[in-house]
Write a protein that binds this ligand. Sequence first.
Ligand SMILES: *[C@@H]1O[C@H](CO)[C@@H](O)[C@H](O)[C@H]1NC(C)=O
Ligand SMILES: *[C@@H]1O[C@H](CO)[C@@H](O)[C@H](O)[C@H]1NC(C)=O
Ligand SMILES: *[C@@H]1O[C@H](CO)[C@@H](O)[C@H](O)[C@H]1NC(C)=O
Ligand SMILES: *[C@@H]1O[C@H](CO)[C@@H](O)[C@H](O)[C@H]1NC(C)=O
Ligand SMILES: *[C@@H]1O[C@H](CO)[C@@H](O)[C@H](O)[C@H]1NC(C)=O
Ligand SMILES: *[C@@H]1O[C@H](CO)[C@@H](O)[C@H](O)[C@H]1NC(C)=O
Ligand SMILES: *[C@@H]1O[C@H](CO)[C@@H](O)[C@H](O)[C@H]1NC(C)=O
Ligand SMILES: *[C@@H]1O[C@H](CO)[C@@H](O)[C@H](O)[C@H]1NC(C)=O
Ligand SMILES: *[C@@H]1O[C@H](CO)[C@@H](O)[C@H](O)[C@H]1NC(C)=O
Ligand SMILES: *[C@@H]1O[C@H](CO)[C@@H](O)[C@H](O)[C@H]1NC(C)=O
Ligand SMILES: *[C@@H]1O[C@H](CO)[C@@H](O)[C@H](O)[C@H]1NC(C)=O
Ligand SMILES: *[C@@H]1O[C@H](CO)[C@@H](O)[C@H](O)[C@H]1NC(C)=O
Length: 693
Amino acid sequence: MRSSVIFVYLLLSILCVYCSQPKRIVDQMYISFDHARYCVRRLNGTHEIGCQSSASGNSGRMYMIDNDEEFNSYLMNTKLIDSSGSFIIVLNVNLFNTYYVDKLITSLSSKLNGLLLYLKSTSSRPEYFSHDDQCPNHRYSYYLNQTEIINWNSKGTGLFFRSFPFPIMLIDEEDDYKQLIKFYRQFNYSQSSSPTCGLELKSFQNAAHSSKTCIRRNDISHSLIDLEETFCDPVGGLNIYSKLPQSFIIIPKKRQPKSVILILTTTDSFQMFLKIKGTTGGAQQPATSLITFLALAHLIGQEQNEFKQQDKEIIFVTLDGDALDYSASFKFMFDMINGSFPIGNQNEEPIKVEHIHSIIEFQSLSLTDKLSLYTYPSSLINQTFIDTLVHNNPMIIPMAVDSSLPPASSQIFLRQTSSLSFPAYILTSTNQNQLSNHYYHSFFDDPSTLSINISSLEYNSTTEFSQWIKNIVEPFGQTLIESFVGIKKNITIKQEIINNLVYCILKNINCPLIHNVTNQSTGNSFDSSNETSLPFSINTYPVAATPTFPFVQNILSYFLRDRIYDTYNLNETTCKQYSNNDSFCSYIYVGGYAPSIMSEQSFDGYCVRSYIRSVSSMSPAFTIDNYDLSQTTYPAWTESRWTTISLRLFVIPTRKHEIITLVIGILLLSVSFIVCFILRYYTNISLLQPSSS
Ligand SMILES: *[C@@H]1O[C@H](CO)[C@@H](O)[C@H](O)[C@H]1NC(C)=O
Ligand SMILES: *[C@@H]1O[C@H](CO)[C@@H](O)[C@H](O)[C@H]1NC(C)=O
Ligand SMILES: *[C@@H]1O[C@H](CO)[C@@H](O)[C@H](O)[C@H]1NC(C)=O
Ligand SMILES: *[C@@H]1O[C@H](CO)[C@@H](O)[C@H](O)[C@H]1NC(C)=O
Ligand SMILES: *[C@@H]1O[C@H](CO)[C@@H](O)[C@H](O)[C@H]1NC(C)=O
Ligand SMILES: *[C@@H]1O[C@H](CO)[C@@H](O)[C@H](O)[C@H]1NC(C)=O
Ligand SMILES: *[C@@H]1O[C@H](CO)[C@@H](O)[C@H](O)[C@H]1NC(C)=O
Ligand SMILES: *[C@@H]1O[C@H](CO)[C@@H](O)[C@H](O)[C@H]1NC(C)=O
Ligand SMILES: *[C@@H]1O[C@H](CO)[C@@H](O)[C@H](O)[C@H]1NC(C)=O
Ligand SMILES: *[C@@H]1O[C@H](CO)[C@@H](O)[C@H](O)[C@H]1NC(C)=O
Ligand SMILES: *[C@@H]1O[C@H](CO)[C@@H](O)[C@H](O)[C@H]1NC(C)=O
Ligand SMILES: *[C@@H]1O[C@H](CO)[C@@H](O)[C@H](O)[C@H]1NC(C)=O
């Protein structure tokens, strides 16, 4: 019996060696690129967009095209094209536009098995790179019935909204490019008798066809408990809103008509090429607007004694999901019309359309020396307000009355109220009906476009950009005080606060500011994120691990906190007790953020009393019972799930090489049969039969 145990042991060890061996061989055969960006599937009510590979990946002979000349000579070379069954075309990122892509698709048809784009170095990035539509969100804009549409993003290729039957990836790191070209040169012989490089792109996507199909499949899967699988998730994160807590009245008195001012900005973006650890872009759109918005919230919070004297409520609102057909704004207006805005407290009278005085939006801001102010409709706008704003900040240029609005959430606020109820004021960076952002909704929209050198940016660096924000926010706050409180006052925000916001949002969310304005438990959720900027991407509901929402919630509620409490020196226990007796406000005990505290003494901690609410920003299409997702009343975007993404390079052997390999394989197989046979003959043990001991 002993010998048989030893034999089994031996056999197992041999098996183990065999199992690990192929892996090592695979490693030698393939070179993986782990930092590639990839394109995924998204779906709306009726269509799918984006890209995917087959379940086992798409592979083909690699062919590299760097410029227009090489492109044309490749398409002429029919001999080369006929020599291989499938190609993965490796294209300079500068050539990624509809002209070249369409030409490849028509010339190669089914031989085109995938596209890999490369960026040679950061200094060779294209001048324009935007795959949004030329008129972003035109399918759900305010101007649906207008024949003449303005192409705000005239260099946009619209490729993001196309559906490709093959995978598309992109390498944007110089080392990856160098490695790729090294191997390509090594095997770049023109004779077809030599080995060549091949590429394999794997990015299989679980969802297909449309949101309608996918959501139905999700539901079927969820009703069978054993086989719970989600194929796609609805787009949308959280709409967050906050305002000054009115200190004296816990339950607000009855609302007056036209007494609420909404200040809007967005927290999402999209890009065609994702990367697990890499910039998502979004520095201009939406980060610049978000930083301006948060700095303005600080100014209003700082001047709260003035604002408490008047009867208007200024509510700060962030919307998440507007990059795709304004889903979040549709949800916000749906909530308001349904009487569930604000959410959370039955004692608070709902805010209805008639209560809205005006909306002010920060949208698509870039580091430009002129800002455009769009207003609509002319019958409702207050010219005095515009004049005051322009007087306080000569950088602002008011656009002609009733000129078309650029892509902005306000379009949906106006559309859902037939633009009869309140005026919209939109501050944006456009020049002659063109967005100033050359990288609108792409990963190239990074801090370098704001003249920021991200590697040398420190927590309290004063940059041209942070001074620019100060120069916009101060006159804006001043205008709000002048217009709504009726006093002239010079107000200033400390440069340090803006510097800190810029650092936290564009470089590292795990920054002192956020830790000083959250309590222990929420603060901890930022520890795991090492130096990463706030991601600006498509968020999906249920709210994924995106730190955007806790970040905005904590900063906004701290900046708009009731500042009387700063002077009370409350301890954590007392702070909690307040919390139990007040369902209107939230109370969080935090360490405190020094530049924001005015009082003479400093304490160990501060009890932050604030008004903060958040609600899912998922489109009403997903919450209305029996809504047909193929309808166009509400947008219905979902994002597919996926499991593996990989990009690998390998060497395609020649016919001769393949035959030799085959012969060796057959020989090896025969040898192993013989060895097995001999082993069986001499040991006489069957592993399948239970041992009799
Ligand atoms: C567009 O026209 C249709 C039909 O004429 C009308 O029902 C709809 O309200 C119009 N939409 C807008 C935004 O004006
Ligand atoms: C879905 O997207 C496709 C491609 O962008 C578009 O043609 C179609 O009209 C959209 N459908 C809806 C319902 O918005
Ligand atoms: C590959 O070879 C072709 C023809 O021999 C040449 O024109 C091309 O520049 C080479 N490409 C690279 C990347 O070396
Ligand atoms: C950015 O800062 C780093 C470190 O200070 C420096 O080495 C680099 O040259 C700077 N880059 C640019 C473009 O100024
Ligand atoms: C316009 O705003 C000013 C304050 O800036 C205010 O006094 C005036 O009543 C407003 N006009 C209208 C028509 O609302
Ligand atoms: C605001 O500042 C400007 C210049 O800095 C000054 O001329 C003006 O008098 C100040 N206004 C008030 C109300 O303090
Ligand atoms: C931050 O920078 C400002 C000016 O750039 C300076 O006045 C302030 O003292 C700095 N704060 C800290 C904490 O270093
Ligand atoms: C932090 O604040 C939240 C919200 O008030 C509360 O639920 C949580 O218990 C607090 N955590 C700690 C550690 O105090
Ligand atoms: C954070 O950085 C540390 C060291 O710099 C590293 O060990 C750790 O893995 C990083 N964590 C994440 C989540 O990247
Ligand atoms: C917190 O403050 C209250 C009232 O000032 C006091 O009674 C209590 O003992 C304090 N608790 C702690 C843990 O210091
Ligand atoms: C954050 O809080 C700590 C104490 O909790 C304090 O030492 C530090 O200065 C604060 N940082 C800022 C930027 O206020
Ligand atoms: C409309 O509001 C009511 C409460 O006022 C809520 O129960 C209901 O779910 C809301 N409808 C939708 C579709 O969200």
